[in-house]
Write a protein that binds this ligand. Structure first.
Ligand SMILES: [Zn+2]
Length: 396
């Protein structure tokens, strides 16, 4: 399963079949794709709710693969990523019937550390050293709420420990800053990523972009997961948002200030509103019974403003809100970003954090002491899934 793409490629050699890499067209739905590709649409209708939702996560511009026989006439298999972790695999079984399965995207993860001496700005200096704009962006993003970059001067140091996915020999997706150090005016400022949040050296959370809950007094019925193996169904699943169960008609609030970029129907998600926020964030509110009057594409909304009402449109077993949060097009766990209070780690959690931070600190300080150079593994043809925020399709 893991090596499905390799299998794909080896089939190419043995059968003289042809693999075609394509970019997912703007405005194409999965259902529409099946029609265009001549694959029975019953494949989609037979899916369960969660898989139907995932079919709405295919992004315009994402590379997908089609395998044809040597005459390039008959489509044999298709691979379509729905996230950095999972992809749809469509194939004909031995009886010639089309099948659908979710398979993991094969990649390996690398961890790197390096140091850079400031000559202009962390952003420019990291790009110059690594050729990796995404990494420079992630660094600035991590520190911007707790550090004033204008205080930096020439000769100051920054160090970074980060991880990145490599797929087919190339960087894939967005890098993650695991720990970072700014050494300025003889003072050291550390930052550590721990359970998807950033903390300082003492285990105090560093404030990021703050969202509110999109609904009041309702319970969470399904949590976020990027990829999990279902031991009973024997399948890979994912849930790229949080479900809040609530009565039909319960008001839904904008999680932060922003602009509505979509208000309409979207297959398995039913009636959907998408709001774009600053810093590359986007929120999605699905299965609504109706939108609030006046909420339409292009409309500016305030945090806490009612935008619609809970319902069960699309693929939904009962009234609930499916709430999705995306950063630069990549789904993130909303519960990691919605904040009730700023967190400080205590007790056992704090001890575990401090042990982790100590090890990361050592790594960062060693990088500075050795003036460790980054390895330049970035390639301009990176297969970046979901990095470029494409304009949303105009379906309303
Ligand atoms: Zn959901």
């Amino acid at each position: 399963m893991r090596f499905i793409l390799l299998l794909f490629l080896s089939l190419t050699l043995s059968w003289a079949a042809v693999v075609q890499k394509r970019a997912w067209p703007q405005g194409e739905s999965f259902l529409l794709y099946l029609q265009h590709a001549g694959i029975p649409q019953s494949i989609y209708w037979d899916l369960d709710r969660e898989d139907k939702e995932l079919c709405e996560e295919i992004r315009a511009g994402v590379p997908y693969y089609e395998l044809y026989d040597d005459a390039k006439k008959r489509l044999l298999q298709v691979l379509i990523p729905v996230s950095e972790e999972l992809q749809i695999h469509l194939y004909k079984d031995v009886k010639g019937k089309w099948r659908f399965e979710m398979v993991p995207v094969a990649y390996r993860k690398i961890e790197e550390s390096f140091a850079v001496t400031i000559t202009r700005s962390p952003y420019q200096d990291i790009i110059r050293a690594t050729d990796n704009g995404y990494l420079a962006h992630a660094f600035v993003d991590a520190f911007k709420n707790s550090f004033d970059f204008t205080r930096l001067q020439k000769g100051d140091k920054v160090a970074v420990v980060y991880s990145e996915k490599i797929r087919l020999g190339r960087p894939y997706g967005l890098p993650t800053i695991k720990a970072a150090l700014i050494e300025s005016h003889g003072k050291k400022r550390f930052l550590f990523r721990y359970n998807d949040r950033y903390y300082d050296e003492k285990g105090r959370e560093i404030e990021g972009f703050v969202f509110r809950r999109p609904v009041n007094h309702v319970r969470i019925t399904s949590r976020f997961s990027r990829r999990r193996w279902h031991p009973v169904l024997h399948r890979y699943r994912a849930h790229l948002g949080v479900d809040f169960g609530g009565r039909r008609g319960t008001p839904i609030y904008a999680a932060a200030d922003g602009r509505v970029i979509f208000a309409g129907r979207l297959g398995g998600y039913g009636k959907v509103i998408k709001i774009r926020h600053r810093d590359g964030f986007m929120t999605l509110y699905a299965h609504q019974s109706r939108f609030r009057r006046g909420i339409r594409r292009g409309k500016r909304v305030k945090k806490g403003q009612v935008i619609g009402y809970i319902g069960s449109t699309g693929m939904s077993t009962g009234p609930h809100l499916h709430f999705g949060l995306y950063k630069n097009g990549r789904p993130v766990n909303p519960l990691g970003v919605i904040k009730v209070t700023k967190r400080t780690l205590y007790g056992k959690k704090r001890r575990a954090f401090l042990a982790y931070a100590k090890q990361m600190k050592k790594e960062l300080e060693a990088a500075v002491a050795q003036d460790r150079k980054p390895s330049r593994l970035i390639d301009l043809s990176r297969t970046c899934y979901g990095v470029n925020e494409k304009p949303e399709s105009g379906k309303e």
